[in-house]
Design a protein around this ligand. Structure first.
Ligand code: GUN
Length: 309
């Protein structure tokens, strides 16, 4: 039987409806409008799309948002000044610096300057440490979204073996911490892991956050597994596309390559995952949509905590 497809859209819509209702209550009862500032430096095309979607979603939900776009050659110290101005502003509850930053700016220098109470991406080392130690913390949005998908799809986490492939600060490490907090048994694999398939096949929950198109194949997936695909990659090669997509999907994908030059694929081979897994998140239409919804959720949480509600 093919895998059950876990729709990110349905779950993201559900979360956004909850947030929208909460924002309306905050306004009516407390006269409060949460405020989100998004800083983008330079002209990375994917970042422009992501930031556009974040700002638009904030507006849809009644969250005040501000998009600050700085030139590619802005020095790191200027970015820090902008962050510190936002730290001081009472109307701003959430600050996000879109990554990647241009070469020459050290990400860490910037992220550690964001007020931890306004750090809606959860990338400040203080929040990463709080998460690791099980304190309440603003958690990174993509892994937090994965937990929501699992819970809202009634997939048990406690006691299950979760295998995370990838050890980035944005996804892999916080994902492992959140799964641990939910009482999973957690294994983290990475580029130096030996005999990866023998480990990933043991996973009840397999999270792929590697950054390589279609890297996780059927041989990596055990029977009955839930496979969560966090990757977002572009494929422009037709023969690569033919080995990745199911026959019923291939025509649409080839048409996309023809029209736009590429099509989106995650870190998992979707054709093989649909054959082997019990549950699978598609790309596009899976985890990506949750990231933005969880950013909104973090912004509302930050607003409530900062303002003592
Ligand atoms: N770049 C890729 N993913 C993310 C994210 O979740 N937040 C930010 N700020 N930048 C990113």
């Amino acid at each position: 039987m093919p895998a059950r497809v876990l729709s990110g859209k349905a779950i993201a819509d559900e979360i956004k409806a909850e947030i929208s209702a909460e924002v309306a209550d905050l306004r009516e009862i407390h006269g409060l409008t949460p405020g989100l500032a998004v800083i983008r430096v330079g002209d990375d095309a994917a970042s422009a799309v992501y930031v556009g979607s974040k700002v638009r979603t904030a507006e849809e939900l009644g969250i005040a948002s501000e998009h600050i776009h700085l030139d590619e050659d802005t020095p790191g110290r200027r970015v820090i000044e902008v962050v510190e101005d936002l730290n001081r502003r009472h109307d701003i509850d959430g600050i996000l610096v879109q990554l990647p930053l241009p070469k020459g700016i050290d990400e860490r220098d910037i992220l550690e300057r964001i007020d931890p109470e306004k750090d809606v991406d959860g990338f400040n080392p203080l929040n990463a440490g709080r998460l690791a130690q099980g304190y309440p913390a603003l958690a990174p949005c993509t892994p937090a979204g994965v937990i929501e998908i699992l819970k809202r799809s009634d997939i048990a986490i406690a006691g299950r073996h979760a295998v995370v492939v990838g050890r980035s600060n944005i996804v892999g490490k916080p994902m492992a911490m959140l799964l641990l907090q939910e009482n999973a048994t957690v294994t983290i694999c990475h580029s130096r892991t030996q005999d990866l398939p023998s480990i990933t096949r043991q996973a009840d929950i397999l999270v792929a956050a590697i950054g390589r198109a279609g890297f996780i194949r059927g041989e990596h997936i055990g029977a009955g597994a839930t496979v969560i695909d966090v990757g977002i990659n572009n494929v422009s090669d037709i023969s690569a596309a033919e080995s990745l997509f199911a026959p019923e999907d291939i025509e649409k994908r080839l048409a996309a390559i023809e029209k736009r030059g590429s099509t989106l694929v995650g870190d998992v081979n979707p054709r093989e995952a649909m054959e082997k897994a019990a549950n699978f998140t598609p790309v596009p239409g899976g985890v990506g949509l949750l990231t933005v919804a969880m950013l909104m959720k973090n912004t509302v949480s930050a607003a409530k905590i900062r303002r003592g509600l």
